[in-house]
Design a protein around this ligand. Structure first.
Ligand SMILES: [Zn+2]
Length: 331
């Protein structure tokens, strides 16, 4: 796909101005029994259960997702090397995350070809349409796996140059894998957004990207950096085709869309988490702290009205959430 700042605008115009993003990948793998208690988190499944990753991608496509995000969120060359894998093996695993998503898309198209023209058997959406594969890039904090992905606090020695070097080869490999889009997700601070923007320019990357930030107060990004300032970095980059919010409780989304709207003209992507609280001390989600799928889905019309264009879910959302979003948008 040719890089153009209007790539996402064109994609959206073919689908009535809105698109559906997938839901939580890691937490869905977990719900299917994968043990992600590991510094590699979901990237561990690239080694242990690639078929399960493919199945979850397929489940999201059949729930109505137009964009699926690869299992590379916490896949880093540094993380694989720490496990004793070679540079070559590490790069192959990054490519594999995108290849698995490509396989799921091909299987999905094949299923669509085999069904009736109405394209649905009620339990599954089987409607042939353009599907994008986004290669996920999680933050340096996600690699550290020490909670800094939700504090955005990397300490003094970490600079923009350090972050660029940390992500450089990984981003190159994901671009070479042929993904349609690079999803820079759960960006916790301004410095990392700046590093991504500079990296895209320095490496002459022609794959379009989206920048998605997370917030825990509904106002700023998790580090406390100003949301409008972070969003402005994405807005100013020619390589960035969409900007928004992920892995943030649904109750904060409306206010954040309105604040993004003030500084961004690019399509806004939002994929909140279920609203549940994660307790790092027990490494688990606290029960009954989130919103129901019905409530989540009931917000979608308001988010759309406020100006968002791409809608999905992050941690602890499921194919059921995505099917609800698909239906809410079709109405
Ligand atoms: Zn998440």
């Amino acid at each position: 796909m040719v890089m153009s700042s209007s790539m996402m605008v064109e994609f959206l115009s073919k689908s009535g101005g809105v698109a559906v993003v997938d839901g939580g990948l890691a937490t869905e793998l977990e719900r299917h029994g994968a043990d992600l208690n590991d510094p590699l988190w979901s990237a561990k499944c690239l080694l242990t259960s690639p078929e399960l990753i493919r199945q979850v991608h397929l489940d999201y496509l059949e729930a109505g997702a137009d964009i699926i995000i690869s299992a590379s969120y916490q896949a880093t060359i540094q993380g694989f090397r720490a496990k004793g894998l070679s540079q070559k093996e590490s790069e192959a695993l990054l490519r594999k995350s995108v290849d698995i998503a490509f396989e799921a898309r091909a299987m999905y198209y094949e299923r669509c070809r085999k069904v009736s023209p109405e394209g649905t058997d009620h339990s599954r959406i089987l409607k042939r349409r353009p599907i994008l594969v986004a290669a996920s890039v999680g933050s340096y904090g996600a690699y550290l796996a020490d909670g800094s992905e939700y504090s955005g606090n990397y300490g003094d020695p970490v600079t923009v140059d350090f972050l660029k070097d940390f992500h450089r080869r990984r981003v190159q490999v994901l671009v070479e894998s042929g993904a349609d889009l690079i999803a820079f997700e759960t960006i916790p601070n301004k410095m990392e957004a700046q590093a991504y923007a500079e990296l895209l320019d320095e490496e002459n990357i022609n794959t379009p990207a989206w920048f998605s930030f997370n917030s825990k107060d509904g106002k700023n990004v998790v580090s406390g950096d100003s949301m409008p300032e972070c969003v402005s970095i994405a807005e100013a980059s020619k390589k960035v085709v969409s900007v928004g919010i992920n892995c943030t409780p649904p109750r904060f989304i409306l206010g954040l869309i309105l604040s993004i709207k003030k500084v961004a003209s690019k399509p806004i992507v939002i994929y909140p988490n279920s609203g549940e609280t994660y307790d790092p001390s027990i490494k688990d989600w606290v029960q009954n702290t989130g919103v129901s799928d019905e409530d989540f889905v009931s917000y979608v019309a308001n988010w759309r009205e406020a100006g968002a264009s791409l809608f999905g879910g992050c941690c602890r959302t499921t194919p059921k959430t995505i099917r609800g979003i698909y239906e809410a948008l079709s109405r």
